[in-house]
Design a protein around this ligand. Structure first.
Ligand SMILES: [Zn+2]
Length: 301
């Protein structure tokens, strides 16, 4: 539709329909967090591993080995840190990663963490036909359920890429939440064509994602452009402001990106800092999985 027109020629009804298809609806920003906490902290780890290479049809053995690092070193370093601080988090795992490393997912669940949907092979939803997208999303949930022993209740689309059909599929699957969109800093209810869906959005942002600062491509100009201290500073400021506002601090990290000796301290210092915020009289922070936060904001929203 309107393919023959330039955007500046579009009729108002057309651009309005595009903008309003998937939209932030009512805010889900509780006045209080559980246990008298002032702020909620939602840590997440996208265990892409080898799928980052596979999803584009890549066969680079070097890049696949970097994916394996995510399993051998990245996830174990993260899990042991979370255990040391007694903090629960969410792992978004493509089905292919889960099939390659079922024990990794079982360990995360056994240690109290959430495992949720992150596509089949980290495919881009926006290039998929509806039937293929629905099939992959359903099969991804089936694989995670079989491996983890419980059905996932949330989704983060690979690369946060959303097709015009993604939200309808998520709703028809009865999922509790999505965590791929960016219309707020706090949770909200997603609307589809102007109608509330009951699906909670836990919003993400590239600002709070390690990948944008640290990604590197040997054969292109892409290099890490922010030192670890700079990344920590950005994340800490986001956290401090969330605490001041009594809102949500949501963070996305990748085991194959942050699970390195020179970077893992960022996560450790952030957790330490968040715990110290709670040492004052204003109430602490509530570390919770994305599912726990979605459930809570819906129950009081
Ligand atoms: Zn991913």
């Amino acid at each position: 539709m309107k393919k023959d027109m330039e955007p500046w020629q579009w009729p108002e009804a057309h651009w309005r329909a595009l903008v309003n298809h998937v939209r932030a609806g009512r805010p889900l920003r509780p006045a209080n967090w559980p246990g008298g906490a002032r702020c909620a902290v939602a840590l997440s780890f996208d265990s892409d591993h080898e799928t980052n290479e596979l999803r584009d049809g890549g066969e680079s053995i070097g890049k696949l080995s970097q994916g394996q690092y995510g399993n051998r070193q990245g996830v174990p370093r993260i899990l042991s840190l979370l255990k040391d601080f007694d903090v629960k988090a969410s792992f978004f795992v493509p089905a292919v990663t889960a099939l390659l490393y079922p024990d990794e997912q079982r360990r995360a669940v056994a240690e109290g963490h959430e495992v949720a949907i992150h596509g089949w092979i980290h495919e881009r939803n926006s290039v998929l036909p509806l039937e293929a997208e629905r099939d992959l999303q359903r099969r991804s949930a089936d694989v995670l359920e079989k491996i983890c022993g419980k059905r996932p209740v949330g989704i983060r689309t690979p690369s946060w890429d959303f097709s015009p059909n993604t939200l309808a599929i998520t709703k028809e699957m009865g999922l509790l939440y999505d965590s791929s969109l960016m219309a707020d800093v706090d949770c909200y209810e997603l609307e589809l064509d102007g109608k509330p869906t009951g699906v909670v959005e836990l919003p993400v942002e590239w600002i709070r994602d390690d990948a944008v600062y640290f990604n590197m491509n040997r054969f292109a100009g892409l290099r890490p452009y922010t030192p670890p201290e700079g990344v920590f500073d950005i994340f800490r400021r986001e956290l401090d402001a969330a605490y001041r506002e009594g809102g949500l601090f949501q963070l996305t990290m990748h085991p194959h990106i942050s699970g390195y000796r020179s970077r893992i301290w960022i996560l450790e210092e952030l957790i330490r800092h968040a715990k110290a915020l709670g040492a004052g009289k204003d109430g602490g922070v509530w570390f919770a999985t994305h599912a726990e936060i979605a459930k809570y904001v819906l129950s009081v929203g």
